[in-house]
Design a protein. Structure first.
Length: 216
């Protein structure tokens, strides 16, 4: 009996230690899936969560690219660019905070994405307008007031084949590009039909699809 009690007593600290280790591992894994600068999900983590969200019903997929970001970097330095990324991430999460189940991400560079429940598509233009205004708000950096613009594209998944996250992202990206070509603002994709050609599986003109780094 004493041997059993001894074994049980020894197992207690071991189990507790394993629980702490498992918690530490989960936190490390979650951190690895977060962009270190913005704190948002990375592309891979976003796509996993977005794909699961689509199973639960209609959503809006949003792609956003900053306008004037390169000029800000060139003029004020990369630290100012980093602050613009952090400020944009805060604006994005704050603007969507009231929508339960939203997922936000930094896809890379100055490109962001989000997926939000969209049972009422009539409200989406209001959301995109509010998001654009929030991102374009001036921010402070080392005693200076700076700004960036934003081009935003969105796609309603209810208009697409079920579970078509890649198509939704592509259509949102095309809408974003249309907004950027028009000087910024936001655009909503109209249906599932692609409006731009594809190179290497991506919209022609995006960085990496040509020998020149075209604006995305």
């Amino acid at each position: 009996m004493s041997q059993v009690l001894t074994a049980v007593s020894a197992a207690g600290p071991l189990a507790a230690g394993w629980g702490v280790h498992s918690l530490w591992m989960r936190r490390r894994l979650s951190t690895a899936r977060r962009d270190p600068l913005s704190g948002l999900w990375t592309r891979a983590a976003f796509e996993q969560r977005a794909a699961r969200a689509l199973v639960r019903g209609p959503h809006a997929v949003i792609v956003m690219d900053l306008d004037g970001f390169k000029q800000l970097n060139d003029t004020f330095g990369h630290a100012a660019g980093d602050e613009a990324i952090r400020t944009t991430a805060t604006s994005l999460t704050t603007a969507l905070a009231g929508l339960r189940g939203n997922v936000t991400a930094r896809l890379g560079g100055d490109e962001f994405a989000a997926i939000v429940p969209a049972p009422d598509p009539v409200a989406l233009p209001w959301l995109l307008c509010a998001l654009h205004d929030a991102v374009c708000e001036p921010f402070s950096f080392r005693g200076q007031t700076l700004t960036v613009g934003a081009s935003i594209g969105a796609c309603l998944t209810a208009e697409l084949p079920a579970g078509s996250l890649s198509l939704a992202l592509r259509r949102a990206d095309e809408a974003m590009y249309t907004a950027k070509r028009s000087g910024g603002g936001w655009r909503l994709a109209d249906g599932p039909a692609l409006t731009h050609t594809t190179t290497l599986g991506r919209r022609t003109g995006r960085p990496g699809t040509t020998g020149k780094e075209a604006a995305a």
